[in-house]
Design a protein around this ligand. Structure first.
Ligand code: F0G
Length: 481
């Protein structure tokens, strides 16, 4: 939510009171250098106690509301027929307009079931952009992902409001060239995570749906960040200027055959779900639910989390909640633009994204510039971000590195967790780091897992640059900062 000040300036403002807090501390720079080295320069391998501001992800790290917490107290722990499930089903019907819902333990479990049910070896899944886990499950089922984003989607400096749109001409051509039979489904991702949290427009969704329906191809929507995408439609698409987030979400869902989400983001809980109005599609997925997740009324989730997700789904439609991170991220991004630090524009839905290629052009892609920048940010600020570039892309079948289309460091902004002074502190340290960017060098693997290597991979610096960076930092800020 933004509030107009007497100067006319719009200020993002917290529409909540902070009633429970978790203490955090800022370990000194020498300790940060040690911990990031011990963690193999992989921010996933850091411990919370060593981190000041955790901007790794907005997944499962959002602040719950008092209503969510209180709903958890009335959870009904039945293996089958839990009342908690029926409260979730009511919320899904009211908020998303779907009759059938299957809870799963988190978003990637939904992706697993969808790939298992619909993808055969040799099949294609057409999408606006992939997410790591969605691609992994399609690959494991023997399918292949085709990304059909539009011109300019990968440009990091842009004023295109809908970089998440699918290119309709490319979509039509892909269907024609490959034949309808080879296409398992079309997947649209709300605020495409890996290209900077960029939304698609309603107009684009309508057109993708019209084309998919012509060929009788199911349209699947990954709505892990559904309320943010709806908020951007309201803010950026003229037709929806006066519409509520609820109305926009319901219209979005009217164009979708299967909806799934990680409940850990927009819904501020820990779980996930698949929903549809098409009974035949539901009936194909359902038998696999108890095999991989749990019985149909809990799907691997704790009933407490089902209750929290039901409330979170309703709450995410409030203007103050749907905008809660988006407005702060826009402020964060604009402050960095003011300071000349290279970021992805326009601001997206889940994080502020730094463009490592423009930040440290001296580090070649073979030396994982986004990973190196994430490590350098931690070293100089205690802020933990996440690499989203070549490190997050697994090798091809011949063992060659696949160069990512973008080299980003994501500083996620969990909903209702961090404040304006946290942003100002981070902006200050990033400004300092950008001024000292020549000190940053590359990374190389010392231990590399075969799949989703960014999670557990360990790396080392290609030169003693972390030492030089820490020394420069100490010279300006002293030992204790
Ligand atoms: N789809 C999208 C768009 C996601 O961002 C995620 C997770 C998933 C699916 C998988 O959901 O984690 O509940 O299994 N994104 C997290 C992130 C991990 O940090 O961006 P999950």
């Amino acid at each position: 939510m933004k509030i107009r000040l007497s100067t006319g300036k719009l200020l993002p403002i917290e529409m909540y009171k902070i009633k429970i807090v978790q203490e955090t501390s800022l370990p000194p720079v020498a300790q940060r250098q040690q911990t990031i080295t011990d963690a193999g320069f992989n921010t996933f391998l850091l411990r919370t106690r060593d981190i000041f501001l955790d901007m790794l992800t907005d997944s499962g790290t959002n602040a719950m509301s008092d209503r969510q917490l209180s709903a958890m107290m009335v959870a009904d722990d039945a293996y089958a027929g839990s009342e908690s499930f029926y409260r979730l089903a009511d919320a899904v019907r009211d908020v998303l307009g779907f009759q059938f819902v299957m809870p799963v333990h988190q978003g990637r479990a939904a992706e697993h079931l969808l790939a298992k049910t619909f993808v055969k070896p040799g099949d294609l899944v057409l999408m606006n952009y992939h997410f790591t886990t969605s691609k992994a499950h399609i690959d494991l089922a023997g399918g292949k992902v085709l990304e059909l984003f539009g011109d300019g989607a990968l440009q990091t400096q842009s004023d295109n409001p809908f970089k998440g749109n699918m290119d309709l001409a490319r979509l039509a051509a892909a269907i024609e060239q490959n034949g309808r039979e080879r296409i398992a489904y079309i997947r649209m991702e709300a605020t495409t995570n890996l290209i900077g949290g960029q939304p698609f427009s309603m107009e684009n969704l309508r057109e993708v749906h019209a084309l998919a329906s012509n060929f009788n191809i199911p349209l699947v929507l990954d709505g892990s960040l559904i309320s943010e995408n709806a908020y951007f439609i309201q803010q950026r698409e003229a037709e929806f200027a006066g519409h509520s987030v609820s109305e926009i979400i319901l219209e979005m869902m009217s164009h979708v055959d299967i909806f799934y989400m990680s409940g850990r983001k927009s819904a501020a809980a820990r779980g996930g779900l698949i929903a549809t109005n098409r009974q035949e599609l539901h009936n194909r997925i359902l038998p696999w639910l108890p095999v991989y997740e749990g019985f149909a009324t809990y799907g691997g989730m704790s009933t407490k989390e089902i209750e929290a997700m039901a409330v979170g789904l309703r709450e995410m439609t409030a203007q103050s909640v749907a905008s809660s991170s988006a407005d702060f991220i826009a402020y964060f991004v604009n402050r960095l633009v003011e300071e000349g630090v290279p970021v992805v524009t326009p601001a997206g839905g889940l994080a502020c994204h730094l463009d490592a290629r423009r930040f440290i052009p001296q580090v070649p892609q073979q030396q994982y510039p986004a990973g190196a920048l994430a490590a350098a940010i931690f070293l100089t600020s205690g802020v933990r971000g996440m690499e989203r570039g070549t490190l997050s892309t697994d090798r091809d079948a011949d063992g060659n590195d696949v160069m990512a289309e973008m080299e980003l460091v994501r500083l996620a902004f969990p909903r209702r967790v961090y404040t304006m002074s946290h942003i100002e502190y981070t902006v200050d340290r990033l400004k300092w780091l950008f001024a000292h960017r020549d000190l940053i060098g590359g990374l190389r693997f010392v231990d590399e897992p075969p799949v989703l290597r960014f999670f557990f991979g360990r790396l080392e610096a290609t030169s003693p640059w972390p030492q030089a960076l820490a020394e420069a930092f100490r010279a300006d800020f002293g030992e204790d900062c």
